[in-house]
Design a protein around this ligand. Structure first.
Ligand code: DX5
Ligand code: ZN
Length: 215
């Protein structure tokens, strides 16, 4: 079986020391790093944009896993491609009639394309796109903030996705992931784990990363 992927979310890192923070998790064994982009409209919080991705691309050696929690993702995807993203995930609740366009832009640039669903969104919404994307991101909290409690009901959708798309490259989970909730998600079919607080706020990041790689 292919190994798990851990994607530590920099939302829980010290933004004043982002380069060192990311190096600490890559040295701890994480190959991906998760970058949460929020616009204050799709979610009630504002974080960072493409210029930060561009700087990180030059500074760190990691797969840049960009999670767009923004309205009109089709308008901004070109900027994030240009900035050097490796994986771009957008939300089906935000892309509406432009979903195919979003996927095509990401794929034509040679990146991995992900589509995400919020906890209350049904799997049926993304069925038409399952054979086009590389990854489905199942949100296990309401998007917007780190440090929230994992929602088991949202995670139950993983099994449904796995059944509908057994060959999907990645099923990613995001929100309240730790060694225990990661195990629950792994058993349902997830193989890519976003961790904010669990890794960045840990006293031993190496052990935290390893515990997710080993679930
Ligand atoms: C929430 C973000 C998450 C968040 C995860 O909207 O998408 O990536 O940073 O943080 P934890 O793992 O602390 O719940
Ligand atoms: Zn995220």
């Amino acid at each position: 079986m292919a190994e798990n992927i851990v994607s530590p979310s920099i939302l829980s890192a010290d933004f004043a020391n982002l380069e060192d923070e990311i190096k600490s998790v890559t040295l701890s064994g994480a190959k991906w790093v998760h970058i949460d982009v929020m616009d204050g409209h799709f979610v009630p919080n504002i974080t960072i944009g493409a210029p930060v991705v561009k700087s990180l691309k030059k500074a760190v050696n990691a797969i840049l896993d960009v999670h767009l929690m923004i309205e009109n993702p089709d308008k901004y995807i070109p900027d994030f491609i240009q900035a050097g993203s490796d994986v771009i995930t957008f939300h089906i609740e935000a892309s509406r009639a432009k979903t195919n366009l979003c996927i095509d832009m990401i794929k034509e640039a040679g990146l991995l394309a992900g589509i995400s669903i919020k906890p209350k969104t049904k799997v049926s919404e993304i069925v038409p796109y399952l054979d086009k994307v590389d990854m489905v991101l199942v949100m296990t909290v309401e998007p917007g903030f780190s440090g929230q409690i994992f929602m088991p009901k949202a995670a139950s959708k993983i099994a449904e996705i796995k059944k509908l798309a057994p060959n999907l490259k990645y099923i990613q989970v995001d929100g309240g992931i730790n060694d225990k909730t990661a195990k629950t998600c792994k058993n349902l079919g997830a193989n890519c784990f976003v961790c904010g607080n669990y890794v960045f706020k840990s006293d031993n990041r190496k052990l935290a990363v390893k515990s997710i790689l080993d679930v």
